[in-house]
Design a protein around this ligand. Structure first.
Ligand code: IPM
Ligand code: MG
Length: 353
């Protein structure tokens, strides 16, 4: 049995997760899979009910399943809570508690959507790389941290084992792709980055078939928009990965398209990279493709069924080629459809394939 915990969350979260659940139902039927889906509260929805964003009950459920599917959390309603009560803090807690040390964000361009990007088609066409962001260390978690009336401070710190395991994942991922890994740091300024670089080079000895390149983060930000095709796999620290994965996501056209996987040695969580988009919540307008793509990543990474993942990507591609678009990716003259309609079309494609 494949045990999934679903966390619809806030804003458009419930709508896009409902779409993903519909796809899971189709796949269960088609491949005769025993899938159980248990829904839990997280984020603002949990705060309104229990006074906290992440309850022990939700956390326990996440620890006792094969994969977590998350919609989106947060919204204006909960923005003014104290720092430690905000949805962001709960997100960091769930990452840490589940040991999700790696965040995988593919930057892949669907041919049908090339015109939606802010980059020229000839620069973009053929772009397909993976950003691997370290997710449970670095400045996001380092101590001491705080602020008073006169100063604010955070600490960027990496332990050797933290760099080793993310570097290994970077090399392993590159081995399955074009065998090119770019490690991104700021070793010209930060000691912590020099340390990162040293360890990445040590781990490189285990993977001599992979070409390793070091790149400074400022240059990397430029290179991603200048010539995204040069990248195959990127591995980087938590904060740099936060920024670079948004840039990488945006060049592919729409944040509504991109899935992500956060994985650790025991647990995994899958979520679209977009936020809760409260302005369009409840209107049947949201783009469910990023969440459906996150289900594909789940089949690949948690269930070791890459062929099912491939079917999902194919079904998405076919629907896009048919000209169907949700509003966020539509141009003049496109066939603009609702969340339900595009989900039904992808389901139908999967049933037929
Ligand atoms: C992300 C988000 C989060 C992060 C926020 C919401 C805490 O930007 O997943 O990239 O900074 O990690
Ligand atoms: Mg971010």
């Amino acid at each position: 049995m494949l045990k999934i915990v679903s966390i619809p969350g806030d804003g458009i979260g419930p709508e896009v997760v409902a779409s993903a659940v519909q796809i899971l139902d189709v796949l269960a039927e088609k491949h005769d899979l025993d899938i159980s889906i248990e829904e839990h509260l997280f984020g603002g929805a949990s705060y309104d009910e229990h006074g906290e964003m992440l309850t022990d009950e939700t956390l326990e459920a996440c620890k006792n399943c094969d994969a977590v599917l998350l919609g989106a959390v947060g919204g204006p309603k909960w923005e003014n809570l104290p720092h430690e009560k905000k949805p962001e803090a709960a997100l960091l807690k769930i990452r840490k508690e589940l040991g999700l040390f790696a965040n995988l964000r593919p930057a892949k361009v669907y041919d049908a959507l090339i015109s939606a990007s802010s980059l020229k088609p000839e620069i973009l066409s053929g772009t397909d790389f993976m950003v691997i962001r370290e997710l449970t260390g670095g400045i996001y978690f380092g101590q001491p941290r705080g602020y008073d009336d006169n100063k604010g401070w955070n600490t960027m710190v990496y332990e050797k084992y933290e760099v080793e395991r993310i570097a290994r994942l970077g090399f392993e991922t590159a081995m399955k792709r074009k065998k090119q890994l770019v490690s991104i740091d700021k070793a010209n300024v930060l000691e912590c980055s020099q340390f990162w670089r040293n360890i990445v080079h040590e781990i490189h000895k285990e993977f001599p078939a992979v070409t390793l390149t070091d790149m400074y983060v400022d240059n990397a930000a430029m290179q991603i928009v200048r010539d995204p095709k040069q990248f195959d796999v990127i591995v980087t620290k938590n904060l740099f990965g936060d920024i670079l994965s948004d840039i990488s996501g945006m060049i592919t056209g729409s944040l509504g398209m991109l899935p992500s996987a956060s994985i650790g040695s025991k647990h995994a969580l899958y979520e679209p990279i977009h936020g809760s988009a409260p302005d369009i919540a409840g209107q049947n307008k949201a783009n469910p493709i990023a969440t459906i793509g996150s289900v594909a990543m789940m089949f690949e990474h948690s269930f070791a069924m890459p062929h099912v993942a491939e079917e999902i990507y194919q079904a998405i591609e076919t629907v896009l080629e048919s000209g169907m678009r949700t509003a966020d990716i539509a141009n003049d003259g496109d066939n603009v459809v609702s969340t339900d309609e595009i989900t039904d079309a992808i389901s139908a494609g999967l049933e037929a394939s």
